[in-house]
Design a protein around this ligand. Sequence first.
Ligand SMILES: CC(C)(COP(=O)(O)OP(=O)(O)OC[C@H]1O[C@@H](n2cnc3c(N)ncnc32)[C@H](O)[C@@H]1OP(=O)(O)O)[C@@H](O)C(=O)NCCC(=O)NCCS
Length: 159
Amino acid sequence: MIRDMASEEAAFLQEMLYAALAWRPDVELPPKEWVLEHPQVVVFHKNWGRDGDTALVAEESGRLIGAVWYRHFTESEHGEGYVDDETPELAIAVVEGSRARGVGGSLMQQMHERARREGVARISLSVDAENPAKRLYARLGYVEYELGDGLGRMILDLA
Ligand SMILES: CC(C)(COP(=O)(O)OP(=O)(O)OC[C@H]1O[C@@H](n2cnc3c(N)ncnc32)[C@H](O)[C@@H]1OP(=O)(O)O)[C@@H](O)C(=O)NCCC(=O)NCCS
């Protein structure tokens, strides 16, 4: 089941943000608490619930198994996927053990529908060149944005 994330589930969003950053199985990240406070990371979850913040979760047998979320940023405060103030930046993760079963694809498709309904024209994200998630994004219509700048940005045109 895919549904809106409840405000009291923000800790799950933080857990999934850490999972999204820890995508490389052979690289161990510093502890979650440290990573989540890093200036380049904290912008993705701090004060969750501000205008435009949107998060969906996937739930199976009463357990949360994945989340997708996006947030609008500004020139003065943004993540690597920033394109402009009108284009929210998306992030996603599915818990280990539940991956490659279509959960991530469903979460993203529902997020795209939600964004369209809310008048969002484009969505951006940032992904490492070696992350297999790139294939999923490309399949869903994301295209590389200003390739070669090292930011790994991809963008989806919702029009
Ligand atoms: C990326 C991710 C959210 C996709 O969710 P999912 O439920 O596994 O995806 P689906 O089953 O709908 O789609 C499968 C696609 O996801 C990607 N994928 C599958 N396993 C993956 C994994 N372990 N890590 C990253 N991407 C994976 C591939 O593109 C795959 O497509 P393919 O079958 O053509 O190889 C999930 O795999 C994940 O959480 N990975 C680790 C965190 C991460 O990389 N987040 C994105 C950071 S930009």
